[in-house]
Design a protein around this ligand. Sequence first.
Ligand code: NDP
Length: 433
Amino acid sequence: LARNPGEPEFHQAVREVLESIGPAVDKHPDYADAKIIERICEPERQIIFRVPWQDDRGEIHINRGFRVEFNSALGPYKGGLRFHPSVLLGTVKFLGFEQVFKNALTGLPIGGAKGGSDFDPKGRSDREVMRFCQSFMTELARHIGEYTDVPAGDVGVGAREIGYLFGQYKRITNRYESGVLTGKGLIYGGAQVRREATGYGCTFFVEEMLRARGESFDGKDVVVSGSGNVAIYTVEKVYQLGGRVVACSDSTGYVRDEKGIDIELLKYVKEERRERISAYLEARSDADFVPGGSVWEVPCHVAMPSATQNELTEADAIRLVRNGCIAVGEGANMPTTPEGVRVLREAGVAFGPGKAANAGGVAASALEMQQNASRDSWSFEYSEERLRDIMRGIHARCFETAEEYGMPGDYVAGANIAGYARVAEAMLALGLV
Ligand code: NDP
């Protein structure tokens, strides 16, 4: 704690992992001898830089940029960029730490990193966002590369931002290095299903958790928080698997629609018009908008938190359990507080932690890198099938590891131990570096 002051989310993420990997540490004294835990908690490199840019009125703004390259034992650093006013070094470190284990769980050859800025794209014109992205990339470019570090999107960084970032990288390096960023548009090296992958993948993971209990999405009511990239494609896949989404949200409140959230309308409001969620009611006047309310008030069988960290608290978890919720799949990173997780686990709710349940996004990014490296592009159907296989594999790895260590059904322990063991083995093999 003393080494990393003022970083509560980073402490929370580290504590959660350390609390559950005890059995793996006991089983492998060689990990302790090599000080794997101490090394894994220390990022390999942390970059902080100034990002100056000019708005449409000519006023100058100074933001702060970050890239935390956490662990490259398994492959090049890989992880998204977040543009949000709340971003601090501790935020990026927590996300980077989670990413190391998540990427290991996919079974693919990728290390872990995360980056971003305290820049707020909301309310900014396209030109302002472009100027910011160009300034951000002017510094970031010297640290990344297809074989070094491959950023992607996250909160506030979607297809528009990735396009501007890639354009600037190409311009200042004079290299059409497609594999340097993922989440690219299909027209310039992007991959099918990357946009949908985190939401689809999380839904596949929950489908597997339900299947392990003899259940399915059929006839289930689902609540999804957020209405960004992860949330939208979670809603879409839940419908395809037979469930019904009755509520979703943004930071202003939530919409409840007993007939089922209209996915096409949601996409129109959020992706095309970039509006607040309340605009959904303009076309569906019989739905309700609850300003500032917690979406977890809405009764459901399955909850899929897909907005931000620590958005599902102990009180929310108690409410979910009382309302008959049987499964929670974390689409967002660390959306459930530690107290919330305890309530859900004690109540026997199937709980899929983010580092397993939302790994579909980074897995699809790794598939995008594969396609870029071979100058190939796969069909939507084939890419989705690969994603589904990967999510089934992650579920099986978590499930079987939890059983092996005497904690059946505990996906948190399964994910942490399986991810940790894979990274630790690679670190041991590479020696003291
Ligand atoms: P987006 O920026 O596309 O969407 C975020 C959504 O969450 C917005 O609707 C936002 O609302 C909402 N939100 C933010 N804060 C709150 C809050 N306090 N209460 C309710 N809603 C809120 O981001 P993504 O969908 O890409 O990411 C969502 C989460 O998923 C993050 O935790 C991210 O790290 C994680 N994730 C994303 C991956 C990806 O591939 N995109 C991969 C793996 C994890 P508003 O617009 O009002 O701010």
